[in-house]
Design a protein around this ligand. Structure first.
Ligand SMILES: [Zn+2]
Length: 83
């Protein structure tokens, strides 16, 4: 199976920004887990990102999320950070 950006989704401890290419909405979030686990959360309607995507395109996949996902920064274990 061919994956897009496999190294990105396997990153942990990242701050990411999701930008919708259909409107000006953007969301910033972070995860301590692997990014692909966080993205899986965002494919659900309980997530604000997922909800937005479902409103616009009526479906959402991890690849669609990843396409508009920007990694803002990475941080190492339990280091405090601020945005
Ligand atoms: Zn949008």
């Amino acid at each position: 199976m061919h994956e897009i950006k496999p190294t990105v989704v396997n990153k942990q401890h990242v701050i990411y920004e999701y930008e919708c290419d259909l409107c000006d909405v953007s969301y910033i979030g972070y995860t301590l887990r692997h990014l692909h686990q966080r993205l899986a959360d965002h494919t659900k309607q309980s997530s604000s990102i997922g909800k937005h995507f479902i409103c616009v395109t009526s479906c959402v996949t991890m690849h669609m999320l990843l396409w508009n996902m920007l990694i803002l920064s990475e941080f190492s274990d339990s280091v405090s950070f601020c945005i």
